[in-house]
Design a protein around this ligand. Sequence first.
Ligand code: SAM
Length: 350
Amino acid sequence: LILNKEGAVEFYIPDPQTYRSIYSAPVFYNPSMEKNRTLSVLLLKTYGSGLTVCEPLSGTGIRGIRYAIESNAVGRLILNDISKEAVELIKKNLELNGVEGEVYNEDANVLLHKLRNTCDVVDIDPFGSPAPFLHAAFRALRDEGLICVTATDTAVLVGRYPRKCFRRYNSVIRRTPFYIELGLRNLVGYVARVAASEDFSIQPVFSYWENHYFRTCALATRGAREADDSLNNLGYIWYLKKRRKIVQTLDEHSSGPLWIGPLGDPLVVHKMSQYGVYSVFLQTLEMEYSIQAPWYFRLPEFAVDGKSPTLEKTLELLRRGGIYATRTHMSYDGFKAEANYDEIARILSI
Ligand code: SAM
């Protein structure tokens, strides 16, 4: 073991020099998930205090411990891992940080079912797909609770493996220039459908993509009627030759079912951006969440003689033309706009 630091917390991890990759270490710690954990701390800060937080796939415990120390929002911390080595390490790390927490060594689904209706926050952070843990997560959640989900099976969610995507998420995803957004909406749509089957509606407050994962955090409200209403946010996105539209059924040019409602709450991410960490990123999300269209455009789609317009110029022209437009965190050459392709093309060519 070596001592490591992330955010305001010092904690033990298996010595990376001893193992060929993070996946062969006896307990899993992924330093490239730092942003995921830090942003989640900020979200908890905006969400409340005295919260019962359950992280049923804890690894080293770093996530839950950071929530407790840095967010000031945690009342009861419940950590768990199926690995005995992980559980030993979690206990050591809790003690090192003087944080009180309950630590279990169960299958996440078993624990979540036992916690029935007690958690304010359930954070699902698995290897790969969160699908196997989602039903149980809603069982553990209280009315008005927060469900947080990380998915690292990004290639599946964006439709690179169609059969696996259909098996895991029951969806069909076509090739488009805005496939990152389809992947994110595929995940949120799936969460919404599982929520509905457990009589919850969801309202995403914070969803985004980063290189190797998708993340969504949503408020969950219990109620059959609410759950029915929430399903009105599901639909299909049709794409052909740069044209996009929302449709109600699957055909050879449409993808879905997808979440076509808001991916997040602009007010929440605005608050999160005030803490001075990842502020520029959060400001981008704030603007994106204010646009209803569930897709983005790519600059090469508006190329003339093989030459793409620049992002700055494009945004300026659109805004001058009275169209709300903003860059997107999902693509360096992408932008979101409250207009269709032909309107944008017309404005850019004058
Ligand atoms: N949340 C941690 C963090 O932010 O550092 C990383 C968690 S790691 C991606 C997933 C963890 O889930 C591993 O430690 C693994 O042992 C544990 N795990 C896998 N299947 C499980 C199951 N069915 N029940 C409980 N834990 C499980």
